[in-house]
Write a protein that binds this ligand. Structure first.
Ligand code: SF4
Ligand code: SF4
Length: 278
């Protein structure tokens, strides 16, 4: 049985001792956030959506075997893109099953936008996935519609208020289902100045009411060439104020290191991607 206290992203004390490895098996995404540009092989960038390579589930296992043979501090295997795990459901579930079968004591973790999560929660529970992060940037469609260019369900693309309503409804359903299944639910919220910065406490209040365990309010990292690339990064005083307000509703995580989709090692290790040898 995996030891939940060894998750470095959820336990501040564990982060100096235990590390995580991301397996980049999920290249496609089913939404387009206005702050995201998924690039491959950018050695200068350390942020979600960036990876040196995309792997098949079998390649990811070779990579994992290699890493755990070299270091004994990896306690978590995460799938965090570079797209969304559930825009690549087959590869995600196949990878989780391979890891679960070979390393039953490894914690399994997923980071997703939540659009196609709820229909996969039974399967995640069967595979003993213990931690799931849902990025929820708002609960008001009038705000959320400004954050996403489109949302895709199957072959259908949605935009504007319709896209926002679909995404929010499915995120709510997913967070509640995680809680029902006893899976630890973290909500990531990107602080986007002038877009959702006055709305975040409302998000915190609601996700706490639905039973989420913890929230991570992450400052926007403006990426050149994206619609939000022209925005300012939130000031430290704004981040502090938002985390303080949000902390009145549910515990806050403040040690996020904005990991790449192929991050590996302790959270404190810089640019900790490991290039796949497969
Ligand atoms: Fe990028 Fe993640 Fe948004 Fe998809 S959900 S567009 S990968 S930030
Ligand atoms: Fe899980 Fe996110 Fe930590 Fe990766 S960075 S192990 S996906 S919580």
């Amino acid at each position: 049985m995996a030891d939940l206290s060894k998750h470095p992203c959820f336990n501040a004390e564990a982060r100096l001792q235990f590390g995580r490895i991301h397996l980049p098996v999920a290249p496609a995404c089913n939404v387009q956030c206005k702050f995201c540009d998924r690039k491959y092989s950018c050695v200068n960038e350390s942020r979600p959506g960036v990876t040196a390579s995309v792997m098949t589930p079998a390649q990811a296992m070779v990579h994992l075997d290699q890493v755990v043979s070299q270091r004994s501090d990896i306690s978590v295997v995460g799938i965090a893109g570079p797209g969304d795990p559930f825009a690549n459901t087959e590869a995600t579930l196949a990878t989780l099953k391979l890891v679960h079968d070979k390393y039953p004591n490894m914690l399994l973790c997923i980071a997703t936008n939540g659009l196609c999560l709820s229909e996969n929660i039974e399967r995640l529970a069967e595979l003993n996935v213990s931690h799931v992060t849902v990025t929820m940037n708002g609960i008001n469609p009038d705000i959320v519609k400004n954050i996403y260019t489109w949302v895709r369900l199957g072959d259908r693309y949605f935009t504007g208020i319709e896209a926002a309503k679909i995404l929010i409804a499915r995120q709510i359903e997913a967070i509640k289902a995680l809680v029902e299944h006893g899976i630890i639910a973290k909500v990531n919220t990107i602080i986007i100045p002038g877009v959702n910065d006055n709305h975040i406490q409302e998000v915190s209040k609601q996700v706490a009411a639905w039973g989420a365990d913890i929230q991570n309010c992450i400052p926007l990292m403006p990426v050149a060439g994206t619609p939000f690339g022209v925005l300012e990064q939130p000031a430290p005083s704004l981040i502090h104020k938002i985390r303080e307000q949000a902390g009145k509703c549910l515990p806050q995580m403040a040690h996020c290191s904005r990991c790449r989709a192929d991050a590996c090692g302790l959270l404190s290790e810089k640019n900790t991607q490991v290039r796949a040898a497969v």
